[in-house]
Design a protein around this ligand. Structure first.
Ligand SMILES: C[S@@+](CC[C@H](N)C(=O)[O-])C[C@H]1O[C@@H](n2cnc3c(N)ncnc32)[C@H](O)[C@@H]1O
Length: 214
C-alpha cells in the first residue's frame, strides 16, 4: 500500500493523538511496526534534531522502506527488531504503534515491551482498528489476514492489563462516498474499487497509557 495514502486517510487520528499528548521538540520516541515510516517521519518533524525516533520493524524490507522515507532526518534510527524483543539504547518518552498489534501473535507481550522501553512517567500510545465496525455500502468489513482484526475494541483493557494508567482513549473513523482518498485507500487494501458506495473505514481506537513514575 502506498504509504502516502495511509498517511492521508488516517492522518487526523495521528495528529489528534500527538497533539493531545503534547509531543514536542526533544522528545525521544519509538515507532514499533513502523512499516513505510509515515509515523516515524511525522514524529521526526515534531521532535526535531534534538529529539530521536527509533523506527522499529521485524521485516527488514519495511526497515529499508522506513529508512528511505526518513532519509533526510538524521534523528531517525531504523532498526530491524520484533516488538516482542524491543530493546533500545535508551529509555524513550513515547512508545507508539499503529496497525501493529492486530498482526502480532501476542499483543500484550509487545505492549509490555513498549512499556518497559519507556521512561518512568513516559507514555505508550497504540492506535488499532475495529475492522468489522468499518462499512462499505452499509455492510461490515472484514480482514481475514489479520490475527486480531478487531483488537481496537480491547485496547483500553489490554493497556490496563500490562500495568499502564489509561489517561485517554477514543475512536475516529475516516468516511466518504464516491471518488476520493477514502475510496482509493479501500481499493488499495482490498483490490476492489468501492465505486459510489458509502464507505466508513475501520475506526482507529487510540489509547494513551502512562507509565508509572516509579
Ligand atoms: C500494517 S503495517 C503498519 C505500518 C505503520 N505502523 C503505519 O501505521 O503505517 C504493520 C507493520 O508491522 C510490522 N510487524 C508485524 N509484526 C511485527 C512484530 N512482531 N514486530 C515488529 N513489527 C512487526 C510489519 O512488518 C509491518 O511493517
Amino acid at each position: 500500500m502506498p504509504s502516502a495514502l495511509r498517511d492521508d486517510v488516517y492522518r487526523r487520528p495521528l495528529s489528534t493523538a500527538l497533539e493531545r499528548l503534547g509531543v514536542g521538540p526533544g522528545w525521544r520516541c519509538v515507532d514499533v511496526g513502523a512499516g513505510g515510516g509515515d509515523v516515524s517521519v511525522a514524529l521526526a518533524e515534531i521532535v526535531g534534531y534534538e529529539g530521536r525516533v527509533y523506527a522499529v520493524d521485524s521485516d527488514p524490507r519495511a526497515r529499508d522502506e522506513a529508512a528511505k522515507a526518513a532519509a533526510e532526518f538524521s534523528q531517525v534510527l531504523c532498526i530491524t527488531q520484533g516488538g516482542e524483543d524491543l530493546l533500545l539504547p535508551e529509555l524513550v518518552d513515547l512508545a507508539f504503534c499503529r496497525f501493529l498489534l492486530m498482526h502480532v501473535l501476542e499483543p500484550k507481550a509487545v505492549l509490555e515491551r513498549m512499556a518497559r522501553a519507556s521512561r518512568p512517567g513516559g507514555w505508550v500510545v497504540a492506535q488499532e482498528p475495529i475492522t468489522t465496525a468499518g462499512r462499505v455500502d452499509g455492510l461490515a468489513m472484514s480482514m481475514p489476514a489479520a490475527r486480531h482484526p478487531d483488537i481496537g475494541a480491547l485496547l483500553p483493557a489490554l493497556m490496563r492489563d500490562v500495568g499502564l494508567d489509561v489517561t485517554d482513549a477514543w475512536a475516529e473513523a475516516p468516511a466518504g462516498a464516491g471518488p476520493g482518498p477514502v475510496a482509493d485507500y479501500l481499493e488499495s487494501l482490498t483490490g476492489v474499487a468501492p465505486g459510489d458506495a458509502a464507505v466508513v473505514l475501520p475506526p482507529l481506537v487510540t489509547v494513551v497509557g502512562k507509565v508509572s513514575d516509579g
